[in-house]
Design a protein around this ligand. Structure first.
Ligand code: FES
Ligand SMILES: [Fe+2]
Length: 348
C-alpha cells in the first residue's frame, strides 16, 4: 500500500529569496504549486494547473497581482478565483478557480500548508530561531534527492552513518558506543548523545585553539514531523560546561516533491568564527562533500535497491541499536497520517 503524505502540517516550499516577481514552480506532495510575489512583496502560492485545458499557469504571465494563462488568457487572482474570461460574453464559468495554499514567510523560508486551510496555524511551525540570530553565522543551500523523503529523514535521525560515510569529516573515537537516549515530547523527538573525552571531529579541528586536546563532543537532534530536523553539535574542553564550547546548529528541512523525489534544504549555523569567509568556505565544502557527494548517492542507491517500495519497514530490514530514533520517528509519522486519514473518512 502506498503511504499517504501528512497534509495538515507546514512544509518548506522554497527559500524566501527564490520567490520573486518571476514565477517559481515546485512539486510538493505531487501537486504542482506556483509561487510569486504580489506587487506589495507578499508571497503567494496557487495551483499551477489552469482549469481550462490544464496548461501550466507558469507559462503565462503576471498582470498586476493576477496570473494570466498563456494558452487562452483566463486570469486568476491570488485567491485562486478566475477574474477575467476574454472570450465570448466574458462570463466566468462556475468552478473556474485554482487552488490556493496558506503560506508563511519565516526564518528565510516560505512555509506552505498542504492540508485544510482552516487548520493552517502559523504557531505550529517549529522554532528555528538560530537562523535569524546575530550570534550565529549561517551557510546553507538546497538539493534534490531522488528518493522517498523518509529515507532522507532516516539518514538524519541515524547519525552513526557519519562515522563511516563521512569518516573523513566527522569521525570520532567512541561515538558508536557512547550513551544515547531518545525522548518523545508531544509529537517531537529529541535524541541526545555525548561522547566524553574524545578527539575532536575533523570538521571542528580548524576552529579549536588546541586540536589535540580531548573534548566532550555532543550531538543532539530534534525532529518534528514529517521531516524538520535541527542538529545541535558541539565540542568543549573535556569536563567543562557546554556553554564554554563551540557549537553548530544544523537545520535540515525535508519536503517530499513526489514519493520518489525529495527537496532537501540545509543550513549550518555556527556561534564561532562569525562572519569569517574562510569558516563559511570550510562548512560549504563539508556540505558539498558530505551531503551532495556522500549522502545523496548512498540514499539514492538505497531507494534504487528498494525499487518501487517507499515503506522501508514493509521490507523487513534488520534493525540495529542505531535505528531507535528513526523507527520512532516513522512510527509517530505513521500515527499522524493514520489519524488524518481517519478524520478525512469521518468528515461529512
Ligand atoms: S488552458 Fe488556460 S486558458 Fe486555456
Ligand atoms: Fe550524512
Amino acid at each position: 500500500m502506498k503511504m499517504a503524505f501528512l497534509r495538515n502540517t507546514w512544509y518548506v516550499a522554497a527559500r524566501a529569496q527564490h520567490v520573486t516577481r518571476e514565477f517559481l514552480v515546485r512539486d510538493i506532495l505531487s501537486e504542482p504549486v506556483l509561487m510569486y510575489r504580489k506587487e506589495n512583496g507578499e508571497a503567494v502560492a496557487i495551483g499551477n494547473r489552469c482549469p481550462h485545458r490544464f496548461a501550466p499557469l507558469s507559462m503565462g504571465k503576471l498582470v498586476g497581482d493576477a496570473v494570466e494563462c498563456g494558452y487562452h488568457g483566463l486570469q486568476f487572482d491570488c485567491s485562486g478565483a478566475c477574474v477575467l474570461n476574454p472570450h465570448g460574453d466574458g462570463k466566468i464559468p462556475r468552478n473556474a478557480a485554482v487552488k490556493t495554499y496558506p503560506i508563511v514567510e519565516r526564518y528565510g523560508f516560505i512555509w506552505i500548508w498542504m492540508g485544510s486551510p482552516e487548520k493552517a496555524d502559523p504557531s505550529l511551525i517549529p522554532e528555528f530561531s538560530h537562523l535569524a540570530d546575530p550570534k550565529f553565522t549561517s551557510v546553507g543551500d538546497e538539493m534534490i534527492q531522488e528518493a522517498n523523503y523518509e529515507l532522507v529523514v532516516d539518514n538524519l535521525m541515524d547519525l552513526s552513518h557519519a562515522m563511516f560515510l563521512h569518516a573523513d569529516y566527522q569521525k570520532t573515537d567512541m561515538f558508536l558506543t557512547a550513551k544515547h537516549d531518545v525522548e518523545q515530547i508531544g509529537n517531537s523527538l529529541h535524541s541526545r548523545r555525548v561522547v566524553p573525552g574524545t578527539k575532536p571531529p575533523p570538521s571542528f579541528k580548524s576552529s579549536l585553539e588546541d586540536p589535540d586536546q580531548p573534548v566532550d563532543y555532543w550531538l543532539n537532534v530534534r525532529w518534528d514531523a514529517p521531516g524538520l530536523c535541527v542538529l545541535d553539535i558541539g565540542v568543549v574542553s573535556a569536563g567543562r560546561p557546554q556553554e564554554e564550547g563551540i557549537r553548530r546548529y544544523g537545520t535540515h528541512l525535508v519536503t517530499p516533491e513526489t514519493e520518489y523525489r525529495t527537496r532537501y534544504y540545509y543550513a549550518s549555523s555556527r556561534n564561532y568564527r562569525l562572519n569569517d569567509k574562510k569558516a563559511d568556505e570550510e562548512l560549504q565544502k563539508w556540505q558539498e562533500v558530505g551531503f551532495h557527494q556522500q549522502d545523496k548517492p548512498m540514499i539514492e542507491a538505497v531507494q534504487n535497491m528498494m525499487g518501487e517500495a517507499t515503506d522501508l519497514l514493509s521490507m523487513k530490514p534488520i534493525l540495529l541499536s542505531v535505528d531507535g530514533a528513526s523507527i520512532r520517528a516513522r512510527r509517530i509519522l505513521n500515527q499522524m497520517v493514520a489519524a488524518e486519514q481517519e478524520e478525512k473518512q469521518l468528515a461529512p
